[in-house]
Design a protein around this ligand. Structure first.
Ligand code: SF4
Ligand code: FES
Length: 258
């Protein structure tokens, strides 16, 4: 092994094997099917510079208590599975480094405004149903794209794409819905996630579903239920601004834009 490789290898083994500190991880435990009472189990976990909250929870699962229920998949802020409350704030566990929390005690709880399945895992049914309701796809009723017409794609300018691109980053993690005070008060409210996606498709110049989508959200449990707390936009890990999407949707309904 070359000198350089030896140095890299030594550095790596130090990074992997030498925990920089330990933290106390408090995990909310509950199982509504058995007993609705919540308790907190505490574990002391070694952490390194890049340890995420999800890594710490998986450490518990691997070595201390494999019965902890947590949903995750990609471990890179792409799948939207690992949302939870971390020290009281909605966040992705795989996108939150322990050292950045600047505390020796980390409390993880299931997201608010979602029914708990068990421990940190929540039920997404309501959010996905609302998402489906707003028709989250490009609607085209014409037969423009056909081999015999010679049209194979519908082109958009960079300006067209700019109108909706930030909204297409949504990974359906539900953090916006969990931060929303209106979701907590009105279980029929469609929620910021679905409203932001309604805007995403309406703003797409290829789409022809605007009128139907506006009819769906023009409801007392739809867009008019939002009180503009703005917390949805503050917690989004992907830079989506549902509060702005809701404002823009209202401008269509108020006749301020076509
Ligand atoms: S808008 Fe942001 S916070 Fe809400 S579900 Fe999509 S990615 Fe998550
Ligand atoms: S595990 Fe996929 S977003 Fe965190």
């Amino acid at each position: 092994m070359s000198e350089l490789n030896q140095e890299i290898s030594q550095e790596k083994s130090q990074t992997v094997l030498s925990p920089t500190k330990s933290v106390k991880l408090r995990i909310s435990r509950s199982n509504p099917e058995v007993n609705s009472e919540e308790r907190f189990d505490e574990f002391v976990i070694p952490v390194e510079k890049y340890t995420t909250v999800l890594d710490a929870i998986l450490n518990v699962k691997s070595h201390l208590d494999h019965s902890v229920a947590v949903r995750y998949s990609c471990r890179q802020a792409s799948c939207g599975s690992c949302g939870m409350k971390i020290n009281g704030k909605p966040a992705l566990a795989c996108f939150t480094k322990v050292v950045e929390l600047n505390t020796d005690t980390i409390t993880v709880e299931p997201m608010d405004n979602f029914p708990i399945v068990r421990d940190l895992a929540v039920n997404f049914t309501r959010m996905f149903n609302n998402h489906k309701k707003i028709m989250p796809y490009v609607v085209r009723e014409d037969s423009e794209i056909k081999p015999d017409t010679g049209v194979k794609e519908i082109l958009q300018t960079p300006e067209d794409v700019d109108k909706y691109i930030q909204f297409s980053s949504c990974i359906k993690c539900g953090l916006c819905n969990s931060a929303c005070p209106t979701m907590a008060m009105d279980t029929s409210f469609v929620g910021p996630q679905a409203l932001a996606q309604a805007y995403r498709y309406i703003a797409d110049t290829r789409d022809k579903g605007k009128d139907n989508r506006l009819k769906i959200i023009d409801d007392s449990h739809g867009i008019w239920r939002c009180h503009f707390a703005g917390s949805c936009s503050q917690v989004c890990p992907k830079g989506v601004d549902p509060a702005m999407g809701i404002q823009l949707l209202r401008s269509y309904l108020l006749g301020l834009r076509d």
